[in-house]
Design a protein around this ligand. Structure first.
Ligand SMILES: [Zn+2]
Length: 111
C-alpha cells in the first residue's frame, strides 16, 4: 500500500482527491489508528489556521446564502471568498433550496 501523506489527508478533507486515491485513503483510515490520529491533527490544524471554504463550512455547517448574496453570485459581484462559498454551496453541497432560488433569480433577471 502506498503511504498516505498529509497532503492527501488534506485533499481528502476538502473533497479534492481523485476517486482512486479517495478509496485508498478511506481504507487506510479505517485500518490505521495512527492515520486517524494524523487526520484529526490535519483537520484541527486547518480549522484553526485557515479559512478555506471547506473549513468554514465544517465549522458553520451548511448555511444558506441570502437571496442578495445569490444575486451577487449571478452577477459575479461581491467578495471573492463569498462567491467561492456560494459556488461551493451550490455545486459541491448541491443545496436544492438555493438552486431553486438561483433559478428564480435568473428568470427574474431576464424579465
Ligand atoms: Zn442553501
Amino acid at each position: 500500500m502506498s503511504a498516505i501523506t498529509r497532503q492527501m489527508l488534506l485533499d481528502y478533507m476538502n473533497d479534492a482527491l481523485p476517486d482512486t486515491e479517495l478509496a485508498s485513503v478511506e481504507k487506510a483510515l479505517r485500518e490505521s489508528a495512527d492515520l486517524r490520529a494524523l487526520y484529526r491533527e490535519v483537520v484541527e490544524q486547518q480549522d484553526r489556521g485557515e479559512h478555506t471554504v471547506g473549513a468554514i463550512w465544517r465549522r458553520e455547517r451548511v448555511s444558506c446564502p441570502s437571496r442578495d448574496q445569490l444575486g451577487g453570485f449571478l452577477l459575479g459581484a461581491g467578495d471573492p471568498e463569498l462567491l467561492e462559498y456560494v459556488e461551493f454551496h451550490l455545486k459541491t453541497i448541491g443545496c436544492a433550496y438555493c438552486q431553486a432560488n438561483l433559478d428564480d433569480l435568473r428568470k427574474a433577471k431576464k424579465r
